[in-house]
Design a protein around this ligand. Structure first.
Ligand SMILES: [Mg+2]
Length: 212
């Protein structure tokens, strides 16, 4: 049965930080169209700090890593994204066994707790033009793939491609939550920046799982 090792989990966050850093201005530009132009800068700052904190932290517990990420993102990202990613990762941590390696099922279960926390805090449903337009369908996919763990790296690559497509799909939506909702119909025509950074997380996951 495949597992999630601490080295893979840290690699995932390193890759996520790099993807956000490389695409910082893309994310800022998307946010400029329907928000306040800071999503890339905010996520980049928080993820840089989170990776720094991970590198300085002793190994031994995935739960401790996830908690550290949550607390760091909460205090450094700011805005709605900081609260969502931060509180989500704290729930993720609480759902994980306190071990240096967890089963893939444990990891997916913790991701479910993350998505549930997002859902409670953000009150967004699919179609509201938020990060949930990536995380909700991704959660359904990743749970469906639990029974076919042998093809895990390939299925994570496929999921990353789907996540990008779901993010692209937010272009046509009218925002119902967050700052973009104030724009109403004028929010249509632009990809939601939070959905794109979420798609980067799945790209990072595919890269890390493929590497292990
Ligand atoms: Mg913003």
């Amino acid at each position: 049965m495949p597992s999630m090792k601490q080295v893979t989990f840290r690699d995932l966050w390193q890759r996520f930080a790099e993807l956000v850093h490389e695409n910082k201005s893309v994310l800022n530009d998307l946010d400029a169209a329907i928000g306040d132009a800071d999503h890339g800068s905010n996520m980049d700052r928080g993820l840089e700090k989170a990776v720094e904190a991970l590198n300085a932290s002793p190994e031994g517990s995935l739960r401790a890593d996830a908690k550290l990420i949550g607390m760091t993102l909460m205090s450094t990202v700011g805005g709605a994204s900081g609260a969502l990613w931060g509180s989500g990762m704290l729930k993720f941590a609480a759902a994980l066994p306190d071990a240096p390696e967890v089963t893939w099922a444990d990891f997916v279960n913790a991701l479910g707790a993350f998505v549930e926390a997002l859902s409670k805090r953000g009150q967004a449903v699919a179609g509201d033009k938020t990060m949930m337009d990536v995380f909700l369908p991704a959660m359904v996919e990743i749970q469906a793939q639990l029974s076919d763990e042998e093809s895990l790296p390939a299925s994570m690559v496929r999921l990353a491609d789907q996540a990008k497509a779901w993010s692209d799909g937010t272009r046509d939506l009218v925002a119902k939550r967050g700052r973009a909702a104030y724009l109403g119909e004028r929010s249509a025509g632009h990809i939601d920046p939070g959905s794109l950074s979420s798609a980067f997380w799945f790209e990072a996951l595919a890269g890390a799982v493929g590497q292990q």
